[in-house]
Design a protein around this ligand. Structure first.
Ligand code: ZN
Ligand code: ZN
Length: 137
């Protein structure tokens, strides 16, 4: 499976040369703020198989509530689209913002994290595992 995607303006593009590991919803307040939406929809992929192109990529760092480690949030500095997050506590994984994929038809989130800060009107996803914070390690 080869996946690709891009930001809103098209300056930043990427390809993923492996199977996605999971699709998850993150309800943390930082994701709500970054996306401007109720949550962030992400696909977990092998960071080594993710290739990002475009000079407009910039990274903003937030500090995770639970692990107190950095979350590196990369986005397009031209149009502001969030592209990928990388969490220092989870090396080797990249969390691609799933709404930037060119084909979103196959997405099926199976995990919800940071449910404690979920918007109250967001119904639990059918069949998805729900965690108050991060997935317990
Ligand atoms: Zn852009
Ligand atoms: Zn989050």
């Amino acid at each position: 499976m080869k996946l690709d995607g891009q930001c809103l303006c098209g300056e930043v593009t990427y390809t993923i040369d492996s199977e996605p590991k999971f699709t998850a919803v993150c309800h943390c307040t930082d994701c709500q703020r970054q996306t401007g939406g109720a949550y962030s929809l992400v696909v977990g992929v092998d960071d080594e198989k993710l290739t990002i192109s475009g000079d407009a990529v910039k990274t903003f760092i937030t500090v995770g509530e639970e692990h107190k480690t950095n979350t590196n949030r990369s986005f397009c500095s031209e149009c502001g689209s969030p592209i990928v997050g990388r969490i220092d506590a989870m090396p080797g994984l990249a969390f691609v913002k799933a709404g930037t994929l060119n084909d979103t038809s196959w997405l099926k989130p199976t995990v919800e994290v940071w449910c404690r800060s979920a918007q109250p009107w967001v119904a639990p996803l059918p069949g998805a595992e729900r965690y108050d914070g991060d997935i317990p390690s």
